[in-house]
Each structure stands twice: as C-alpha cells, then as structure tokens.
Design a protein around this ligand. Structure first.
Ligand code: GAP
Length: 530
C-alpha cells in the first residue's frame, strides 16, 4: 500500500538522510531543502530516466543547459514581470501574510477574518549582477527554465539543422519567492524543473498535445506511478496561464494532500517565440505577443515546402523534480507486516496508545490544531492495529508529541514489535534505487568473508552506472531491513559456503527470496534486472 500520510515520507527522509532542511544549524530557511546522500542518488536517477526517455530514446530532441541568470529583458518580454504574480493578503490582527487563494478568507495563524484586500505579489527573486547594485545590474533568478530554451531557439536550430517537429529538453534550477512554502518538498522556493519545449508546425499543435500527454503518462508509469494514480485536469480557460491555449495538468494522488499537480503539459502557441522576436508585424503571429523593440533576432523556422519563414507553435511538458521525487517515494512506500505479532503484544501497544491519546486530549499546553492532528492520527492508527503499528513512529515524530509524557511508554511498547514483525520497504524501480546492490559478509570479524565481500563489491561497482555498497555494521537481518527501507533491490551475502565454492546468496527486496549463484554472475544478474 502506498504511503497514507506525508508525515511518513518526511519521517523516512529525515531518518535515512534523503532530505535535510537547508542550513539547519542556523535555524533553516523556509521553503529550501538540501538533498542528503540517498536523496541525491534518487533525484539523479529520476533525472537520468527522464533524460534517457526524452532525449536519447527519441530522434527528435536536443538537450540544453542554459544559465540561471539571464538578461532582464527576457522576463519583460516573456510576460513574467507583469503577470508572474500571486495574490497576497495581510492579516491585520497577527500581521502574518498569506496567499489569498490558499486560505478561504480566514487567517490560518489566528483565525481572524480581518484581512487586507488581495494585491499582486511578483514571485521572482531579484539580485544584482556585478559590484554595483543599480538599474543596469538588476537581474532575476529564473522562475522557470523554459525561457532559456526559447531565447536559444535560433542557436539550437542553426547548429543542429533540425526540421520541425523537434524539441529541446532541459533540467535545471528555478526559483520562486512563494508566499507560503509548505508541504515539505511540494511547494518550495528553490526547486528543479524537467522541461521540454517541443516545436511544431502551426495547425498540428492539438495532435502533438495529445501525443505528449500519452508519452508523458507512459514515462510516469515507467518510474512506478500507475495511470490510475494520476488524474488529468483539463485546465478551464479562466485558469489558464497567460501563454496557454490549453493545458493538461497531471495530478498525482499525494498522501495527505490529495490530487495535486506534478506536471503541466501546456500548448503555448506562438506566444513565446513571437514575444522574443523582432519585426513581429511581419510574422503573422496568432498569439497576442508582447511588442518587442529590443530583440535582435527573428525566432522563426524556414519551411522548405511552403518556402516561408514561420513561427513554430510550442507544446511544453514541464515537471518538477521535487514533486516527482515525492510521488515516487509515496508510491514505493510500504509498511509490511512480515509476521503477525502475538495478541498480548498488540494489546500492550493498544493500551499504551489509548493512554497516549488521553494525555494528548487533556494537555492544555498544546495548540488546538496540534492536539487535533495528533488525536486524528492516533485514532486512525488505533483503528488499524496491528497493521498500522509502524505508524506510531511517525505519530511520535509529529509536532507536540514530545511534550506528552506517555509517549515514552508508547515508544517502549511499540518499538520491539515494530522491529520484530514489520519492515518498511521502498518498492522502487531498480533503475531509480539510490543503491542497487549491498554486499555483506556473514561475519564482520572473519577476514576471509570480509575480503571476499569487499572484492565482490568492487567487482560489481566497477564500470556500473549504479551504486554498490559494502556494509558490515550489524547482523544480517538488521542489514536487510536497513536496505529494504531505502529501496535497495539486491542484497548479496558472502557466507562460509562462499569460501568453499565461490557462490553467494542474492536476496530480492520485494519477495525476500534468496537465490544462490556464483559470485562472478552477480554483476550480470543485477544489471540485467535494471
Ligand atoms: N514553464 C512552465 C512552468 O513553469 P509551472 O506549472 O509553473 O509551469 C511546472 O511549473 C512544474 O514545476 C509544476 O508542475 C511543478 O511540478 C513544479 N513547480 C512549480 N512551482 C513549484 C514550487 N514552488 N515548488 C516545487 N515545485 C514546483
């Protein structure tokens, strides 16, 4: 079963070092996160899979890596200076600030309805380029990677000799000064996008829009997100961005949040290339482009058949890496009961949980929302015991739980059975797993086992595009559980039989079955199953 709450993922990411709050030792920075040792591997594997599918496996794509800082005029003519705004309101009572469309007329901090009228807030971060901060040095951090593609359209076309239709793909950082960053990685101020601008003949854009929708859903499926878990939202005209003729939002069913956008696929017409072009009056543009007196180029394509210069239309599939990361984790997450715990241990946990919830209900020091959140979570766990027992760890990591004395007793009762009868496992596709193979010696103080295990790790790693690790820091059962929790598909154990006949066991993460094979065959075995 996929994760049921966002807290389960937050807790896993913290516990196992996937994601850290940025500059945590100084109190952090709201809406900014760092990728830890396992997070960076999973994120890079997601990006590689996207790049392989969209650039290498197609014959109509080129790649690009444009700079984050761009001439300010880019953002004037793209329309962002004027329109990249969110509606901001102030609470007159507690002085907090909110995004008007997220709060339904009531301050989430103090409950007041005494709010200012919404006013536009431009979300682009501003900076200065060079030693003097003045009008000439003013620049923005890009709020999307797309514009780097549009302004390079002529360069790519001239150097690649592409014919329409073709696309340009790019992965890179984007920055938005979100009014209220929230929900962990879902809405942040610094994030990465995987964007494609696909250029087509005018008149063929609807057909290509549908084809890209299908192609993108197939990719999501290939990384473990079934179609049934994504709703396609055909964005109504009054919600469309200023550049879009039609947009399909792919809405993944996130735990806690419900269906939210993970990718947008927009039909952007000739708006962008038109807006960044000079001599617009000669281009027969269909979009209401921004009049441009600064551009030095006509971003057109010479069509040999009609012998005319035309402005291509654009289909843009654009996904956020962080939102994708969260969806992949949510879908892969599983808390499995490996063996049923004995009834007396379940009773003991039930009693301890009931006592904890009573203490929460009686605690006057907790804010009402904190109390309600703890009680709601705890009741859901209580109703689902024993299967929900591992969720007690997440409950005890929730805000306010550390102020409840009976929490220690609950942890004491639950930890033993959780370790003994459950496992957390990430059923990640092998090509995404942060670590593909973990190699263990059966005993860490046996020189023969240790050196064979170390040599095998090196042999599997050498020349591979995935990560292989050696670990001898615990008993085998514990090592298996640790690797299950981070999604390692294969655990290889070197035992005494290995020293005699050169074979090892390979354990499958999902079935927990072990097969024995010559050590020399392991690399081929785990590679072929990528
Ligand atoms: N070039 C088009 C564009 O930027 P968008 O819908 O604003 O469109 C595309 O963003 C994707 O970027 C979204 O579907 C989402 O996955 C991701 N994204 C946007 N804002 C984000 C934020 N503040 N935090 C995390 N991801 C974000």
């Amino acid at each position: 079963m996929p994760a049921t709450t966002l807290d389960q993922l937050v807790s896993l990411c913290k516990r196992r070092g996937f994601v850290f709050p940025s500059s945590e030792i100084y109190g952090g920075l709201q809406g900014v996160f760092d990728w830890g040792p396992l997070g960076v591997e999973l994120k890079n594997n997601i990006i590689s899979s996207w790049w392989r599918t969209n650039v290498y496996e197609r014959d109509d794509m080129e790649g690009l890596d444009a700079a984050i800082l761009m001439n300010r005029l880019t953002w004037r003519y793209s329309g962002h200076e004027e329109t990249f705004n969110d509606p901001l309101v102030d609470c007159r009572d507690c002085k907090s600030r909110w995004r008007a469309d997220h709060i339904r007329g009531r301050c989430p901090n103090c409950g007041s309805t005494n709010l200012t009228e919404p006013r536009p807030f431009n979300m682009m971060f501003k900076t200065a380029v060079g030693p003097v901060a003045d009008a000439d040095s003013f620049a923005y951090l890009r709020p999307e990677t797309a514009q780097g593609i549009f302004v390079n359209f002529g360069n790519v076309l001239a150097t690649s000799n592409r014919k329409l239709p073709f696309g340009i793909a790019q992965v890179g950082k984007a920055f938005r000064n979100e009014i209220n960053p929230r929900n962990f990685l879902f809405r942040v101020r610094e994030f990465e996008q995987m964007e494609i601008e696909y250029f087509v003949m005018p008149g063929t854009e609807d057909e290509w829009h549908q084809r890209w929708l299908e192609d993108r859903l197939a990719w999501w499926e290939s990384i473990g997100i079934p179609r049934a878990r994504i709703k396609i939202y055909d964005v109504p005209p009054d919600e469309l961005a200023h550049y879009s003729k039609r947009t399909f939002d792919l809405m993944y069913d996130y735990p806690t949040l419900g269906h939210e956008e993970v990718e947008g696929i927009a039909s952007r017409t000739d708006y962008d290339l038109g807006s960044h072009s000079r001599d617009q009056e000669t281009l027969n543009l269909t979009a209401r482009a921004n009049p441009n007196r600064d551009s030095t180029a006509r971003l057109t394509y010479y069509d040999p058949e009609s012998r005319r210069h035309i402005v291509p239309f654009v289909i843009e599939p654009s996904a956020g890496v962080g939102r994708c990361f969260l969806a992949v984790l949510a879908e892969a997450y599983d808390e499995q009961m490996v063996k049923a715990p004995p009834p007396e241990r379940v009773h003991a946990v039930t009693d301890a949980l009931e006592a904890f919830l009573k203490s929460v209900g009686r605690n006057e020091k907790l804010a009402p929302e904190t109390r309600d959140a703890l009680v709601e979570r705890g009741q859901a766990i209580l109703a689902g015991l024993p299967e929900t027992m591992p969720q007690i760890e997440t409950l005890l990591a929730m805000p306010g739980a550390d102020q409840i004395d009976t929490g220690k007793k609950l942890r004491g009762q639950a930890q033993g059975p959780i370790d003994e009868y459950f496992r957390t496992v990430l059923h990640l596709k092998p090509h995404l797993a942060p670590i593909r193979v973990a190699v263990f010696p059966l005993k860490r103080n046996h020189e023969g086992l240790v050196s064979m295990a170390r040599e095998l790790r090196t042999a599997i790693q050498s020349g591979s595009f995935f990560r292989t690790v050696y670990d001898d820091t615990g008993a085998i059962g514990k090592l298996y559980r640790r690797q299950d929790e981070i999604g390692t598909p294969y655990c290889v154990t070197v035992d005494f039989q290995s020293l005699e006949d050169g074979t090892v066991t390979v354990r499958d993460r999902d079935t927990m079955q072990q097969v024995r094979m010559p050590a020399s065959e392991v690399r081929g075995y785990v590679t072929g199953r990528g």
